[in-house]
Ligand binder design. Structure first.
Ligand code: GLU
Length: 472
């Protein structure tokens, strides 16, 4: 049987990090077995589903590169099919109309709760005769859950799980208005779409025995289930917005590479020895749903940052550039007005952890600045810096070759000639040409900024010092 997996999000919010991890695991399993990967939008909850959320899911999946081979299917477009299967269950005697009023059900629940019993439907309408069923009256349709025995399955992650049928009541599969309910649509879809493995969050473990019973009633083989433990925040609590558990697109916005996010996600709940770095090809080759961790995993931003920097440093420069472009546009950096961005990537990959930080750090290569970092200027653009700045400017202007080595020796020889330490020249020079106290090594920085610009900026810094002097 060929492998078919599905990712079945409800479009009620962003594609969050937990959903993205589930999607990745489904995608990897399908890829590994040259199978199909279905994207199914579970939008039957019309009040909570929105078009924006659907779009956010599609955007997130596409940014991560988790391409589906079938779909997206929308459950709201399949109502006729759910109706058909509900009719089939009614005809077979595996479902029945239930006329119990809301008031009766509320009362039942209250009594059960008062008696410390688990609230459940008591089966009042289960055995009505055809004459007793007045279908012109409002009614729901309930699935006739077996009352005896138990439901067992070998969960790929959690191992053997068993629920006694005595714990399950007769699930509503269609509401009074005829719309189908969640556990029912999932089964019909998984059946129709020939899903072989269901990988999903372990918050669905309790739904599974109900779903398996419906499969059995339809004489269909249930898929293999793999229930993935949840993701915790770094404080051990359930991951939430408080921990920055936002949509995956926020990770793009915050400057993460998709390669780093995928690598991070695959390890968040799965491991292969102590290997940390996985290319996508390696993930496909090595991933196995049976190796997913049983215990919940905790989100760790430092590790994600570390991975992101690793990929910035090791990926082909062209690929990093591709991802970086979005951020550069956001920062309105005019690439025509400075060095080739490719030459900055290796220099900055050692210094920053995200593309956003990268874009934030390189403005001075492409545009002049009209102010200095206040602290840096106060400390380094002082009258004592005038002489070193003028001297180093002279020597730099005299260079015939604008290369890091030559630039470094111009700086060194200035220090020597003036008999001062490097700090007395290096820092004023750095603040003069970059506007702040932090930059990569001066030799490369100056080289990339360009000879003419360096000289102009030293002029401007000298001017700045003079004006300050005049004011004091
Ligand atoms: N739509 C469900 C959810 O978003 C997933 C259902 C499933 O994977 O079976 O939680």
């Amino acid at each position: 049987m060929s492998v078919v997996t599905r990712f079945a999000p409800s479009p009620t919010g962003y594609l969050h990090i937990g959903g993205a991890r589930t999607a990745l695991y489904c995608w990897l399993h399908a890829k590994k077995h040259q199978g199909e990967f279905v994207l199914r939008i579970e939008d039957t909850d019309r009040e909570r589903s929105t078009d924006e959320a659907v779009q956010a899911i599609l955007d997130g999946m596409s940014w991560l590169g988790l391409d589906h081979t079938q779909g997206p299917y929308y459950q709201t477009k399949r109502f006729d099919r759910y109706k058909e299967v509900a009719e089939q269950l009614l005809e077979q005697g595996d479902a029945y109309p239930c006329f119990c009023s809301k008031e009766r059900l509320d009362e039942l629940r209250e009594t059960q709760m008062a008696n410390k019993e688990k609230p459940r439907y008591d089966g009042k309408c289960r055995n009505l005769t055809p004459e007793e069923r007045d279908l012109s009256q409002p009614h729901v349709i309930r699935f006739k859950n077996p009352t005896e025995g138990s439901v067992k399955w070998a969960d790929a992650v959690k191992g053997n799980i068993e629920f006694s049928n005595g714990e399950l009541d007769d699930l509503i599969i269609a509401r009074t208005d005829g719309t189908p309910t969640y556990n029912f649509t999932v089964v019909v879809d998984d059946w129709d779409m020939k899903i072989t493995q269901v990988v999903r969050g372990d918050d669905h473990v309790n739904n599974t025995p109900r779903q398996i019973n419906i499969f059995k009633a339809l004489n269909a083989k249930p898929p293999e289930y793999a229930h993935v433990p949840m993701i915790l925040g770094d404080d051990g609590k359930k991951l939430s917005k408080r921990h920055g558990a936002v949509g995956v697109m926020q990770y793009r916005d915050d400057g993460y590479l998709r390669e780093a996010v995928l690598n991070y996600l695959v390890r968040l709940g799965w491991s292969h020895g102590d290997q940390e770095i996985f290319s996508i090809e390696e993930m496909i080759e090595l991933f196995d749903i049976h190796d997913i961790n049983k215990a919940a995993s905790a989100f760790n931003t430092e590790k994600l940052n570390w991975l992101n920097q690793h990929y910035m440093k090791t990926m082909p420069v062209e690929k990093v550039k591709e991802a970086l472009m979005w951020h550069l546009e956001n920062h309105q950096i005019d690439l025509t007005n400075g060095p080739a961005i490719e030459s900055l990537i290796p220099v900055f990959a050692d210094r920053v952890q995200t593309l956003k930080e990268f874009a934030n750090s390189i403005g001075y290569f492409y545009a002049d600045f009209d102010s200095y970092d206040e602290k840096a200027a106060k400390k380094h653009l002082r009258p004592v810096a005038k002489e070193p700045l003028s001297e180093v400017q002279n020597r730099l202007n005299g260079l015939t070759e604008w290369q890091p080595e030559a630039i470094q020796s111009a700086i060194d020889s200035t220090a020597e000639a003036l008999g001062v330490g490097m700090g007395k020249i290096g820092m004023p020079l750095r603040v003069a040409v970059t506007g702040g106290g932090q930059s990569p090594n001066l030799d490369v920085t100056l080289q990339l900024i360009g000879k003419e610009r360096v000289s102009q900026r030293i002029d401007a810094a000298l001017e700045f010092i003079k004006n300050r002097e005049a004011q004091s």
